[in-house]
Design a protein around this ligand. Sequence first.
Ligand code: GLU
Ligand code: MG
Length: 445
Amino acid sequence: MGSNSAASEYDRVRVLWTDLNGIARGNVVPASTFDRQREDGFGFAAGVAELTLEPGLLENSTYGPESGDVVAVPDAAPPIPLEWREGVGLAFADLTHVDRTPFALCSRTALDRVTAALEAAGYVPRVGIELEFSVLRSADDGGYEPFNDRSSYAMDALDRATELIDDWTDAMTAAGLEVTCVHQESQPGQYEITFEHGDPIEIADGVAFVRHMLTSVANQHGVTASMMPAPYTGADANGMHVHLSLWDDALETNAFAAETNDLEFPSGTRPDGAGISAVARHAIAGLLAHSNALTAVCAPTVNSYRRLRPGSWAPVSIAWGPDNRSTVLRVPPHLGPATRLEFRLPDTSSNPYLVLAAVLAAGLDGIENQRDPPAPTTGNAQREEHERLPRTLWAALDHLEANEVVARQLGEPLVESFISIKRDEFDRYQGAVSEWERETYLDAF
Ligand code: GLU
Ligand code: MG
């Protein structure tokens, strides 16, 4: 992503970095001083990179008030325009120490490192992301209600949101993101937006931008865009599926593609016989082997586990299959040069840099160790006997804590801080008595 405009084309520039929770943080500076200031980076207390979702420092944080500054150093690429905010540009930043050595809690740097490890092994990754999210409006009772009462692919849902969709897609196009599709998802008020695949950092930056843009543009229109995974009880929720392919240096040969096929696709074998390669199978095996640990990163909130339930379009167990949406890992039917794996575990509340880093790390481990996947499933994996994905954030964090591959690739300090933040979040949830509990237990005993 990028544009040819220099900072001087803007009045102001926002500097964005993404914390471990996936929250966009940063500041805004006059464009006239941006170039001078970017040399020094934009400083803040290191502990800010380790915040919980509630304001305040994490208890027992690694970086307390005594830890001094780190700096957000904007990327060398020119800022991109925030089309809906006239005169404002946006720059993505890496976090470093004041002496420019990498800061352990920078998720963007972690993704860069894992991408480099994969490239050192001879594979250039290409990733794509599908973003599902909920649009809500104010309800008469003072709360929120879905923006519409439509479902999957309803054309009139597009009609009702024409101005929103125009502004979303214009903003993405202006920022250099090639929008591939917008559609109404299965639930009232739920939309999905996709854009062209690319290099992992470019795509993670794209997701950070789109999330900032969606909420900001929705507010301008007097509605709310939410990336909370499951806003409604018992309804399909907001996934953030990742598509992955691996290429040679020249981006000419897709290492996942094969000329012969032994997979049974529901729509039948392709006439040209194309299928997936041994490298793709090793990557699938790596992703499945680490799915339990990846759940903590890909489903990082208490609410995420309302999404991973049987009877929905989200995965519940560790299985894979050709064009099989009941599994955690679908092999889409687009083969040949378009061969890719779709990892369906992540939801929209997750940090896109960490999700991609964890996905690449798991795939790389499968390839390096020539892991073999179990047999693919053609049935409904939700109804078959497969290992269940962790059912709570706490259980997923236990798997992440025990996983050496993810810790080595993402960096142990980063994974440790992530686990502390998320255990703190779970404890707060665990300490709160819910409406469901009162309704179920109050007059039962
Ligand atoms: N909303 C579903 C999820 O949470 C996915 C629906 C689809 O297959 O696009 O993953
Ligand atoms: Mg979808």
